[in-house]
Design a protein around this ligand. Sequence first.
Ligand code: HEC
Length: 263
Amino acid sequence: MEEKMNCELEVSRRNFLSTSGKILAGTAIASTVLASQADKAHAYGYETGFAYTKLNPEEVANITYHNYFKRWCASSVIAGFSELLQKKVGGLWKTFPIDGMRWAHGGMAGWGALCGTLTGAGTICGLCTNDTDVAEAMANDLAFYYSYTELPSYTPPGKPEKAEIHHMTMAGTPVCHISVGRWMRAEGSAFLDPERAERCARLAANIAMETCHMLNDHADGKFKPKHALLFNVAANGITSQNNCMDCHGQHVPAPDTYATLKK
Ligand code: HEC
């Protein structure tokens, strides 16, 4: 199993270098830095005791969607998985404290930082994969998916819980405030409107579904990360997103000013 995992990671790292680098800026330098970074990634296995079995992504999404209106973003993604896993594999899932992560809603207690759906999804990946690099690669791919996909595309079967909504937007970032703000502007709704809650519930369902696809692939031994680990750090010289101008306007500080990475 471990051998297969290592092989998988090697393949995926080569894949990182050949694909992600082309998509984002700073390719040549970033790839070189990344190659040396990847060698030093110091991944290690660990054992959580939380077993995973393949789940139906639609089912996970649906549970997540309905949980949202009570539990909000982070815990609802966790509920989407744990409510099914406690029935299908039991064990530690039976006593998993789903609401222990509820504080992560609204980008952490309403501070608009990391979208809670990603905190919830990352927690599930960390519990189910038992390898630091695999869990991180999944979280990283999720951040890319979240940032560069028009969302929410999930439509609940049957009557929506709160409202019909009409827009999908691309966040360009995993930051809650910017993601929600872009959607609110497109839809013309306020934060406390039922439409905004509906949007975040559907978004949570989308993230849960994407996570489920990755975990199912992993269970089949065929999960391949789409994007480079620590790409943003390598390419930008600082932990970062790629929407620099959203915050810095026209005056994005040059990352080269800070020689924190060997180049
Ligand atoms: C979510 C908002 C946000 C985004 C997006 C963002 N930054 Fe920043 N960045 C800041 C803030 C706030 C500071 C602190 C300094 C300040 O207030 O200007 C900072 C500081 C920095 C610094 C160190 C301080 C300096 O002025 O030299 C660098 C370098 C930097 N950013 C580069 C980038 C790059 C490159 C990107 C895109 C890849 C980026 N930032 C994206 C908000 C952001």
